[in-house]
Design a protein around this ligand. Structure first.
Ligand code: C2E
Ligand code: MG
Ligand code: MG
Ligand code: MG
Length: 287
């Protein structure tokens, strides 16, 4: 009896795994033609000054609307794009679109683009960035590249060389999802980062979990000590923003300031003289 049950369980897992593999293959197959079919688009999320709500720039987030599946979340399709190598073509599309867009703005705001490990260590990546900047006429210092620690681990020597060349072009480098990766502290010293992004998971636990609050304080202290600006991601409430302001965090990004949205929603703001978002934390220390 145990034997037949075991066999049944095995068959069940085999079937489930088969379905999962077919699902991945199907997504990969459809992703292959997503650019040509105009299914990809970019969402822009503001990055703002904590004390004034003034916008410094935007992060670009990829969106895929599949003809039958509808919106497929990046957490599903980005890993598939990375494993299949499709991220190289898709990433080039994102970079070109984003730089082209940012170059049209009437104010010199920054544009932050996420770059995967495979892209960072691929042949000709620096040359690609350089030619994109010159074709779009976007000044290099307005481009920020967001890298996670996982991207450094794959091929650290190569990653370091590439980051140094990008920096030499004048491009800024941000460490994304800080605190969730591996040897965070030594990576900050070994690689030429210009900015630290505190991961959303710490921000969202800041009022319920004393450890998360301690980590946020420590990262802010680290940033001050290293002379690196720190941005908090995933700020959703004014309580979180208030905490950040009191702890000396100067920049934030999250639903409180704005959800990722098509750039058309922000263009009037961008072309205004001063871009101020709702809910800024004013006089945090005073009241
Ligand atoms: P990420 O770079 O850490 O991006 C931040 C994620 O947090 C985004 O999720 C954003 O929509 C979400 N977010 C921002 N503010 C809030 C908030 O206040 N609350 C909550 N709950 N979430 C917030 P999204 O767009 O689903 O992207 C997920 C990840 O996919 C990104 O994490 C990034 O690693 C990757 N990704 C997105 N676009 C690209 C791309 O163009 N290229 C590459 N290589 N990766 C990308
Ligand atoms: Mg990012
Ligand atoms: Mg992040
Ligand atoms: Mg992330």
């Amino acid at each position: 009896r145990a034997k037949t049950e075991g066999k049944g369980t095995y068959r069940f897992f085999e079937a489930a795994m088969g379905a999962q593999i077919r699902e991945r293959r199907s997504i990969e197959h459809d992703l292959r033609s997503a650019i040509a079919n105009n299914e990809l688009s970019l969402a822009y999320q503001p990055q703002a000054q904590v004390d004034t709500g003034e916008v410094n720039g935007f992060e670009v987030l990829l969106r895929w609307t599949h003809p039958t599946r509808g919106k497929v979340p990046p957490s599903i399709f980005i890993p598939i794009a990375e494993d299949s190598g499709l991220i190289l073509k898709i990433g080039e599309w994102v970079m070109r679109e984003a730089c082209h867009e940012a170059a049209t703005w009437m104010r010199p705001l920054t544009i932050a683009v996420n770059v995967s490990a495979l892209q960072l260590t691929s042949d000709g990546f620096v040359e690609f960035v350089q030619s994109t900047l010159s074709q779009t006429k976007l000044p290099p210092e307005r481009l920020e590249i967001e890298i996670t620690e996982t991207a450094l681990i794959r091929d650290p020597n190569r990653a370091l060389q590439t980051l140094q060349k990008l920096k030499a072009l004048g491009v800024n480098i941000a460490m994304d999802d800080f605190g969730t990766g591996y040897s965070s502290l030594s990576n900050l010293r070994a690689f030429p980062f210009d900015k630290i992004k505190i991961d959303r998971s710490f921000i969202q636990a800041v009022h319920t979990n004393p450890q998360a609050a301690a980590i946020v304080r420590a990262v802010l202290g680290l940033g001050r000590g290293l002379g690196l600006p720190v941005i908090a991601e995933g700020v959703e409430t004014s309580e979180e923003l208030r905490f950040l302001g009191l702890e000396g965090c100067t920049e934030a990004q999250g639903y409180l300031f704005g959800r990722p949205a098509p750039i058309a929603e922000f263009v009037p703001l961008i072309n205004d003289n001063v871009v101020v978002l709702p809910q800024p934390l004013r006089r945090a220390a005073a009241d």
